[in-house]
Ligand binder design. Structure first.
Ligand SMILES: NC(=O)c1ccc[n+]([C@@H]2O[C@H](COP(=O)([O-])OP(=O)(O)OC[C@H]3O[C@@H](n4cnc5c(N)ncnc54)[C@H](OP(=O)(O)O)[C@@H]3O)[C@@H](O)[C@H]2O)c1
Length: 360
C-alpha cells in the first residue's frame, strides 16, 4: 500500500473545520502541520481550533519555512483570501496546493499573477487545483451532464439558495447586502467580490473542451419587504436582500455557458426571487438534460442547530478539494482543473467518533 500523503492545513476557519475532519478520517491522508494566520491560534492544537473532539498533536504555527521543511505532499489552502506570493512560495518549494480560496484557473487574478503561479508551480514541479461547491464541483457536474448528448447548444448551472444562514460569513462582506436599491457602483462591487466565478466558467469550458471568446456577468437585485434581523448583518426593508448573478461564457458572440447564482437573505423580496435550495444543471442539446443535486442533512432536521446547517455548506465546499488531493499530487505540474484530474470521488470513510461504514 502507498504511504499516506502528507497534508498541511492552511488556516482553521469555517471550511477548514470540515477539511481537517475529512483528512483525519481518510487513511490515505496524514495531517502533518497547520498554518495559523491569526496570531492567537499559534501553538494551539488543530483539533481544538477546528472544534473537533480529538487532540491531533498538530500545533498551529505561523512559521512557513518550518511547515515547508515538513516536506508535505500537499497544502490544503483555505484562508479567506488567496495570496499569490504565499501560494507561489509553497509551489516553488515543490508542494502541491488544493484550495477553496478564490482560485480555480487564476483568470480572475489577471495574467501577471496567473503567470507567476504557473512559473512557481513549474519551478517546483508542483500542481495547484481550486474548487469548492460553486464555483468548483458544480462545473464538473455541468460538464459530466453533457456526456450523454449528441449535440450541445447551451449549458446552465444554477445555484439557488437562501444564504441567510451564511449572513455573518466574511466572504459575504463584498456583496453589499443592505445597500439601497439602484446604488451606483453596486453591480461592479458585486462583480469584483465574486469574480472567481469567471474562473468557474473557464473550468466548465475547459472540461467540455470549449475555447471561450469572452466571459460576461449580469447582476440583478431585489429588496427586502421587511426589516431582516440577521446575526451580524441586519438588512433594512427596501434595501438589497436578493442577488441574481449570471456569469456567461461566450463563443462567436453567443452565450453558450451560464453559471447562474441566485442568493437571497429572505423569501419575501421585491421583485420576487424564488429559490429551490440546491443545484441544477440544464443542458440545451440533443437530448435535453436536467441534473438536480439535492442536498439534505443525514440527521433529522429537527435535531440540527444553525451551526450544523451552516456546516453542510462548508462540507460540500471542502470535500471536493480534500478528495482531489491524490489526483492533484499525481497530476502534471502547473495549474490543473477538473479537465486534468481523474474523477473526484470520495472513498468510503467515516468521520472521527463515528462507526466506519466500510474499508477506506
Ligand atoms: N467555492 C465555494 O463553493 C466556496 C464556498 C464557501 C467558501 N469558499 C471560499 O473558501 C475560503 C474559506 O472560507 P471560510 O468561510 O472558511 O473563511 P473564513 O472562515 O472567513 O476564513 C478562513 C481563515 O482565513 C484567515 N483569515 C481571516 N481573515 C483573513 C485575511 N484578511 N486574509 C487572509 N486570511 C485571513 C483566518 O485564519 P486563522 O484560521 O488562522 O484565523 C480564517 O480562519 C474563502 O476564500 C471562501 O470565499 C468557497
Amino acid at each position: 500500500m502507498r504511504r499516506p500523503l502528507r497534508v498541511v492545513q492552511w488556516t482553521t476557519g469555517n471550511v477548514a473545520r470540515k477539511t481537517v475532519r475529512a483528512v483525519l478520517a481518510r487513511r490515505d491522508l496524514d495531517l502533518v502541520g497547520c498554518y495559523a494566520w491569526s496570531a492567537d491560534k499559534v501553538g494551539r492544537d488543530v483539533g481544538e481550533l477546528c472544534r473537533l473532539d480529538v487532540e491531533t498533536g498538530i500545533l498551529a504555527t505561523d512559521d512557513v519555512a518550518a511547515l515547508l521543511a515538513l516536506r508535505p505532499d500537499c497544502v490544503l489552502y483555505t484562508p479567506l483570501r488567496f495570496d499569490v506570493d504565499e501560494v507561489s512560495r509553497i509551489l516553488r518549494a515543490g508542494v502541491n496546493v488544493v484550495t477553496s480560496a478564490e482560485f480555480l484557473t487564476g483568470r480572475t487574478l489577471g495574467e501577471d499573477a496567473r503567470a507567476t503561479i504557473r512559473a512557481a508551480a513549474e519551478a517546483g514541479a508542483a500542481s495547484i487545483f481550486g474548487s469548492g461547491m460553486n464555483p468548483g464541483f458544480a462545473q464538473l457536474l455541468g460538464a459530466v451532464a453533457t456526456g450523454v448528448c449528441e449535440e450541445v447548444r447551451h449549458v446552465r448551472a444554477v445555484e439557488s439558495v437562501d444564504v441567510s444562514l451564511f449572513a455573518s460569513d466574511s466572504n459575504q462582506d463584498g456583496l453589499g447586502w443592505g445597500r439601497p436599491m439602484g446604488d451606483p457602483g453596486h453591480a461592479d462591487a458585486v462583480r469584483a467580490a465574486v469574480a472567481v466565478f469567471e474562473d468557474g466558467v473557464e473550468v466548465l469550458a475547459d472540461t467540455m473542451g470549449i475555447e471561450l471568446d469572452d466571459v460576461g456577468c449580469h447582476v440583478g437585485f431585489a429588496a427586502a419587504v421587511h426589516d431582516l434581523d440577521l446575526p451580524g448583518r441586519p438588512i433594512a426593508a427596501g434595501t438589497v436582500a436578493g442577488l441574481d448573478l449570471r456569469y456567461v461564457g461566450i463563443v462567436d458572440g453567443v452565450e453558450v455557458l451560464e453559471l447562474h447564482q441566485r442568493w437571497v437573505m429572505s423569501r419575501e423580496l421585491e421583485p420576487p426571487m424564488p429559490v429551490e435550495h440546491g443545484y441544477r444543471i440544464e443542458v440545451d442539446g440533443s437530448p435535453r438534460i436536467t441534473l438536480t443535486l439535492g442536498i439534505m442533512p443525514d440527521q433529522p432536521l429537527e435535531t440540527l442547530t444553525v451551526e450544523d446547517l451552516h456546516g453542510i455548506g462548508m462540507t460540500i465546499t471542502g470535500m471536493p478539494v480534500v478528495h482531489a488531493i491524490p489526483g492533484v499530487v499525481a497530476a502534471r505540474p502547473g495549474i490543473v482543473t477538473y479537465a486534468d484530474l481523474p474523477v473526484v470521488a470520495s472513498p468510503l470513510t467515516s468521520a472521527p467518533g463515528r462507526r466506519p461504514t466500510g474499508s477506506a
